[in-house]
Ligand binder design. Structure first.
Ligand SMILES: [Fe+2]
Length: 245
């Protein structure tokens, strides 16, 4: 139930921070392996900002993209361990795990069935599509991943403006979990992405939310979600799985 309070005669939503989610499932916090944090100092600053927003567990997901970010399980895990070591030294109790945000390109498709991908929770694999058009053999790729036992989570579906609500429903009916970026509901990316988010939320299609946090500017902007009606609607859906992780 959405709770409002009245201040100076104006109705405003009661702020709700991200502690209700417990876990963030999408961020770029490992230094210098993608376009997120570039130094250990930056990484710690972002982690602390995400803690201030209410998160107690972070599943960070560096990009794996064959042309740009040639990350391997070893690179990601050793980067995560360095951050964990520093957190321990600082007596910071936040839980940090790492998976990856896999860009569906030719190399990724080629590795299905050959490589063990980094996952979180119940074998969830986070994938992303190009912003211009869907991969041609998208359904086939998803099916192959599922055959390998992966639960496919599509990152920021609201940002693929080539998709209609019918396409999203079809994806969900095929067992794909949709992960919305929290910044999308503030209009951070564009008014169109915000509109697409509203539709996905209204249709109850979102299973996970993530910050997709790369930098302090985004960490700051995320605070604006707390009183955003779309964030409150997402919580009301009762469908979010973040806190189960
Ligand atoms: Fe991302």
């Amino acid at each position: 139930m959405i709770k409002w309070f009245s201040k100076f005669g104006k109705n405003k939503l009661l702020p709700i921070d991200f502690s209700v989610l417990k876990t963030d499932v999408h961020s770029h916090l490992i230094p210098a392996i993608d376009d997120g944090a570039q130094t250990l100092e930056e990484s710690l600053k972002l982690i602390s900002a995400l803690q201030d927003l209410g998160f107690s567990k972070l599943i960070t997901t560096p990009h794996t993209m064959s042309d740009v970010y040639k990350n391997t399980n070893e690179i990601i895990n050793s980067g995560k361990e360095k951050v964990q070591q520093k957190l321990q030294e600082l007596n910071n109790k936040i839980l940090l795990e790492a998976a990856s945000e896999y860009y569906v390109d030719f190399e990724f498709q080629n590795e299905i069935g050959k490589k063990e991908f980094l996952v979180f929770g119940s074998n969830y694999i986070l994938i992303e599509f190009p912003f211009i058009e869907a991969p041609k053999n998208m359904e086939d790729i998803i099916f192959k991943l599922q055959l390998q036992g992966y639960n496919v989570v599509l990152a920021h579906p609201e940002r693929y403006l080539y998709y209609t609500i019918k396409d999203y429903k079809k994806l969900v009916s095929k067992g794909v979990f949709l992960q919305l970026n929290l910044l999308s509901i503030t209009g951070f990316y564009s008014p169109e992405v915000k509109k697409q988010s509203a539709t996905l939320i209204k249709e109850n299609l979102i299973s996970f939310v993530g910050t997709d946090c790369h930098n302090m500017r985004q960490a700051e902007e995320l605070k604006r979600c707390f009183t955003n009606p779309l964030w409150h609607q997402l919580l009301d859906s009762g469908k979010l799985l973040n806190s189960s992780l």
